[in-house]
Design a protein around this ligand. Structure first.
Ligand code: SF4
Length: 234
């Protein structure tokens, strides 16, 4: 559908939509994305929950879903991914992996690179696989919300992702925690069982800790490693 569109065309489209959809609902944003891009879009999920996937499949049941298979996930996260595939049988889950296995990375960089240089580890196991996968699409959809972190406070509904060179849609950017949790309760949405154990922001096992009651949900990510973002949404 969009094969003939140039990067400049896509960039102009994103800039125009950024204004037009500034106050769009999640459904309106997803409808716009599917109308514009059809099969040429992918929904990213870290398999903490299936909220975004549920919303997206209501608009396009066979949507592509991107999961960054870093090789460091909790078993519960992989289990959630597999459960999602069962609950939403029409979706196609793309497991994007790093070029090196964890063992190969250990051999080249030394063990536990995530402890010594988490930025390099995230670059190898998240940023590069993401970039390679997104190169096959004109639009990606994320579950980033403004309340996630101060660095995300100005997240637009639609924007141009200059680093990856495609349109980025954040349908639930404006959702509060109450709206998010209300959607889960109302629709019986799948959640990673670790959430119930106090892991309120789930990434790779070596870089994810439980969050103390009342603390910032993302405080459990890279705790003690002077890092707050994996670099996917910078
Ligand atoms: Fe490596 Fe940790 Fe980043 Fe996962 S979150 S890629 S283990 S540094």
């Amino acid at each position: 559908m969009t094969a003939a569109r140039t990067t400049e065309d896509l960039k102009a489209l994103a800039e125009q939509a950024s204004e037009q959809l500034a106050d769009a609902t999640a459904e309106q944003a997803l409808r716009w994305a599917v109308d514009q891009f059809g099969d040429d879009l992918i929904v990213a999920s870290n398999m903490q929950d299936a909220v975004l996937i549920d919303l997206a499949t209501k608009v396009k049941s066979d949507v592509d879903v991107l999961f960054l298979e870093t090789g460091y996930h909790f078993a519960e996260t992989l289990g959630t991914r597999d459960a999602v595939a069962t609950v939403y049988p029409d979706i196609r889950i793309i497991n994007a992996s790093a070029e090196q296995t964890v063992a190969e990375q250990d051999a080249e960089y030394g063990p536990k690179l995530h402890d010594r240089d988490p930025n390099q580890c995230c670059f190898l196991r998240k940023v590069v696989p993401l970039r390679k996968t997104l190169a096959n699409y004109s639009c990606w959809v994320t579950g980033v919300r403004r309340v996630d972190a101060p660095t995300r406070a100005n997240t637009p509904i639609v924007t141009w992702d200059d680093r990856n060179g495609l349109v980025k849609v954040n349908p639930i950017a404006a959702w509060t925690d109450d709206e998010f949790n209300g959607y889960i309760d109302e629709h019986g949405i799948l959640q990673n069982p670790l959430v119930g154990e106090g892991y309120l922001s789930i990434g790779c096992a070596p870089c994810t800790a439980k969050v103390a009651p009342g603390a910032d949900p993302r405080s459990g990510r890279w705790a003690g490693k002077s890092k707050t973002e994996c670099g996917l949404h910078a």
